[in-house]
Design a protein around this ligand. Structure first.
Ligand code: WT7
Length: 672
């Protein structure tokens, strides 16, 4: 997070009351006052079972549940005994109720013609989706995929990515979507852990006018796994028509789906059957596969999407198009492009490419072209837009916008104000949504028609979320006193485990805070509540950093670095970065025979990109004879953080070997 200016501190104390629905040109607010929110929130906490049962009644069930909640900490079972299907609730249900011809997914590809108009645009209705999803589901079946088999998806942002997720949900095969920016090695790690028999991919994906070679990365990942590879099939979609090699595992998406039947009934699944796995970084070791299950996740994401963004289907007076700019490779894309949106029957927009291609006005042209009503993005993107200049948003008509959302990292008040004034016409409410891969959906967020907002605060808890600022003994902190972000009761979309690692699940989330022998969920963030009860997120409690809203384990980057022949030891810490919020700083002790040089820096950056992906590339590399350590041998991370933060010119290339032990001696006292 960039350093706080006086202006920023002043803005944090300003309160913005929600506008009337008319002021933003939208349908009535679903929750139209703070009192209404408070009443409903209290009900959800005092009587969670009836609260969620009422909501669950609005979904399609093959068989109704017997019990709403079985809670045996840390294990929750929601809607036990019930059977349902997420794909049915997203797609078939809309077709069956006469909305088959309504737009479900609106897609824009990145390439544009000479006149700047996008060359690739598609709208899929619920009926189209039903056909495409059923065909692909039949292809999966024909490849031997059955209920419980984990399907890896590594694709660009094309409609077929959402189709692939829904096809998996249709047949009860959990998916594991890997972000298209991850490297071959990262794919190999995830595919081996999940033991996927099949990978769904594309030849390539468009990003800033270039082709990301997705199929090649998959080929390399399979080579890396060699004899240990569990992969039997690679189903490849032609998107960019770049050259690819074709091996004996490969099969063609188009050919296979063309000959497949469009009839594939939805599998009747248990509420607690696994819906997907999503890998995310932790403070130690390899990324962990977060497990989400069927009914609770579906109900919570659809409900939070509805209230946070005020989603109203067109036949009930809404005329909305929702756009979340995230990639489906992250939880934000799972929950707020696909699963939370489709059950609400508001069209969801997917965009393939970069925000500044061919110009930094691209996002605003998309808003204008499709009359987007809800826009959801990350603070890092907002800061980039601020830097690119106001002329870009000013060149487009943004008057369709009703609600603006942010997610992924704390938003600095300057960016919040700019977002409100330049994008939101000074009137659209901003919903700063705080949540995690593990929580499945929003846990702290304003509701646009109800919650007074303060720039930089994610404000109040979502329905059903018993959030508190606690110490380790579960005592609630006083007003404005920092503590651990804790959730004291189970909620429907909570993670059900870490795939294949029960102990890590318990250690990471359920061993930090407990009261009277009852473990509470510890989110891994520091937070405080102000005098109005608003939450302010103050950063991670672990060695996880948040780079451009993407979670990265510093240990992960360190192990990538030490796997390079030139590195003896590496320490990675976060540092303030103007656009990314947090940048990656690496302190490195080179191996004998390797000179500290700019060439070596470049080589190490490239190596990290190869091991993890471009998002993990260090912004700052400093070479040191030895890493500063305490007498007991622990790396002095706090010292490294302040050295990294003090370096105002982050692009400076100072390649000589430094002696940090001197600084270490000076700081050892306060480091302990
Ligand atoms: C971590 C979760 C949730 C989807 C994107 C990131 C940070 C997330 C906010 C926010 C302050 C935030 C937290 C959290 N974070 N949203 N609105 N304000 N911090 O998901 O990769 O699982 O990362 O992102 O540190 O723990 P994720």
């Amino acid at each position: 997070m960039p350093d706080k200016s006086i202006e920023s501190v002043l803005q944090e104390t300003r309160i913005f009351n929600p506008p009337s629905a008319k002021d933003v040109g939208g349908p009535n607010w679903l929750i139209a006052s703070l009192d209404q929110y408070k009443k409903m929130y209290k009900e959800s906490i005092d009587h969670p079972e009836s609260f969620w049962a009422n909501i669950a009644n609005d979904f399609h069930w093959f068989k109704k549940w017997d019990t709403v909640l079985e809670w045996n900490a840390p294990d929750a079972k929601w809607f036990s005994g019930g059977t349902t299907n997420v794909c049915y609730n997203c797609v078939d249900r809309q077709v069956d109720s006469g909305h088959g011809n309504d737009p479900a997914i609106i897609w824009e590809g990145e390439p544009v013609s000479d006149t700047g108009t996008p060359t690739d645009q598609r709208t899929l209705t619920y009926k189209d989706l039903q056909t495409e999803v059923s065909k692909l589901a039949n292809v999966l079946k024909s490849k031997g995929i059955t209920k419980g088999d984990i399907v890896t998806i590594y694709m660009g942002m094309v409609p077929e990515l959402a189709i692939a997720m829904l096809a998996c949900a249709r047949i009860g095969a959990p998916h594991s979507v890997i972000f298209g920016g991850f490297s071959a090695q990262a794919i190999a790690d995830r595919v081996s852990d999940a033991k996927s028999k099949i990978i769904l991919t594309c030849d390539g994906s468009w990003r800033r006018g270039k082709i990301v070679p997705l199929k090649k990365n998959v080929d390399d990942a399979i080579k890396t796994m060699a004899n240990d590879s569990p992969v039997e099939h690679v189903l490849c979609l032609g998107r960019c028509h770049n050259d690819i090699s074709w091996g004996k595992l490969d099969c063609c998406w188009k050919e296979e789906t063309e000959k497949a039947s469009a009839d594939c009934p939805c599998e009747e699944l248990e509420s607690e059957d696994m819906l997907f796995l999503l890998y995310t970084s932790g403070s130690t070791g390899k990324p962990k596969g977060i497990v989400h299950t069927t009914a609770g996740y579906m109900i919570f994401t659809a409900t939070t999407a509805k209230y946070t963004f005020n989603l109203v289907p067109h036949d009930q007076g809404g005329n909305q198009t929702f756009w979340c700019t995230a990639d489906c490779g992250w939880i934000t894309g799972h929950s707020y492009i696909v699963y939370g949106l489709l059950p609400n029957r508001v069209p969801t927009l997917m965009y393939e490419g970069g925000p500044d291609h061919p110009t930094p006005a691209r996002f605003w042209q998309i808003v204008d072209r499709h009359k987007v009503t809800q826009f959801y993005t990350a603070p890092t993107a907002i800061r980039a837009f601020m830097k690119w200049g106001d002329q870009h948003p000013e060149s487009a008509d943004l008057s369709s916008l009703q609600v603006l959302g942010t997610v992924g990292e704390p938003i600095n008040p300057e960016a919040w104000m700019w977002y409100r004034n330049k994008i939101g016409r000074g009137v659209c409410p901003i919903v700063d949504t705080y949540w995690q891969t593990e929580t499945g959906g929003h846990i702290i967020t304003p509701l646009p028609g109800a919650t007074p907002t303060k720039p930089g605060s994610c404000t109040l808890p979502m329905f059903g979320i018993d959030a508190a600022v606690c110490d380790e003994a579960g005592n609630v902190a006083k007003e404005n006193v920092g503590g651990l972000m804790t959730i004291r009761k189970p909620w429907p979309a909570m993670l059900r485990g870490v795939y294949g690692d029960r102990q890590r699940f318990i250690n990471t989330y359920w061993s930090t805070v407990s009261k009277d022998g009852q473990p509470y969920y510890a989110a891994g963030d520091n937070t405080r509540r102000d005098e109005l009860g608003n939450f302010w997120i103050m950063g991670r409690t672990d060695d996880v950093i948040n780079v451009s809203g993407h979670r990265l384990g510093t240990m992960e980057v360190e192990s990538a670095l030490v796997s390079h022949e030139s590195v003896v030891e590496a320490a990675v810490v976060g540092m303030p970065h103007e656009i990314k919020g947090t940048g990656v700083a690496a302190f490195i002790t080179p191996a004998p025979g390797f000179e500290a040089s700019d060439e070596l820096k470049q080589a190490l950056r490239a190596h990290v990109a190869k091991e993890i992906g471009a998002i993990a590339k260090p912004d700052l590399i400093r070479f040191t004879g030895a890493l500063p350590k305490t007498r007991s041998g622990k790396i002095m991370r706090r010292l490294l953080r302040s050295i990294a933060a003090g370096d105002t010119n982050i692009t400076q290339d100072m390649s000589t070997l430094e002696d940090l032990s001197v600084v270490a001696k000076l700081s050892e006292k306060d480091e302990r």
